[in-house]
Design a protein around this ligand. Structure first.
Ligand code: CDP
Length: 220
């Protein structure tokens, strides 16, 4: 299996770096956070509590998720509808984190994620890729950055999309989500024993991409 697993907390640069590295390697990029975000969106649209297993589990059979590559880049389709933009709000992030703590949701996405990795070489980013989803991945990277730097990057992303955002609020949201993701009972965010730690606090995106490509060249 040709697979690169990139895990780490919110805003460490996973998606920017993984996307670019995948393009240069000719691998498929799989943003697993987008899948959790789409489930969170669906559940809240149906009026269910994203933290309630009994409410969420029966809804999963109605969810069809696809990652498709278009001229605008990778898009997330939820039952055929492009939700790529709608899943990027702070509320969607919080709902994603809530549904991500439910065993039924994790089992549902585990199958989907492994299926993609069996069919093509992938760079997959998330929280539990190296530990749970693809424990056999050839290269495992744990990408981090200081929370203040991650909040600053998130602020820039919002500003670039023309959205209002406040640094202090983003920093608090990031810290709260890190805490929730690292302390949950199932598939918590943690560095796999055989993962390489890559701290991007003082790296430009290009430097971080090169670091990832070097690790892939070396085979981990
Ligand atoms: O983009 P950002 O780093 O803020 O988050 P994301 O990767 O889009 O993930 C959103 C949420 O989904 C996370 O806070 C996690 O709770 C959850 N998630 C997960 O549990 N496992 C994954 N493999 C990916 C995301």
């Amino acid at each position: 299996m040709k697979a690169v697993a990139i895990d780490g907390p919110a805003g460490a640069g996973k998606s920017t770096i993984a996307k670019q590295a995948a393009e240069r390697l000719g691998y498929i990029y799989v943003d697993t956070g987008a899948l959790y975000r789409a489930i969170g969106l669906y559940v809240s649209q149906r009026g269910a509590d994203p933290a309630g297993e009994e409410e969420v589990a029966p809804l999963l059979k109605d969810i069809r998720l696809e990652l498709v590559l278009t001229e605008e880049g990778q898009r997330v389709l939820l039952n055929g509808e492009d939700v790529s933009r709608r899943i990027r709000t702070p509320e969607a992030a919080l709902n994603a984190s809530r549904v991500a703590a439910l065993p039924a949701v994790r089992a549902f996405l585990l199958e989907l994620q492994r299926g993609i990795a069996e069919r093509s070489p992938v760079i997959m980013d998330g929280r539990d890729i190296g530990t749970v989803v693809l424990p056999e991945a050839e290269v495992k990277i744990f990408l981090t950055a200081a929370p203040e730097e991650r909040a600053r990057r998130r602020l820039l992303e919002h500003q670039q999309r023309g959205e209002q955002a406040d640094y202090q609020t983003l920093l608090e949201e990031i810290k709260a989500r890190d805490h929730a993701d690292s302390t949950r009972a199932i598939a918590p965010l943690r560095q796999a024993e055989d993962a390489v730690l890559l701290d991007t606090t003082h790296l430009t995106p290009e430097e971080a991409i090169q670091a990832v490509l070097n690790l892939v060249k070396r085979g981990g």
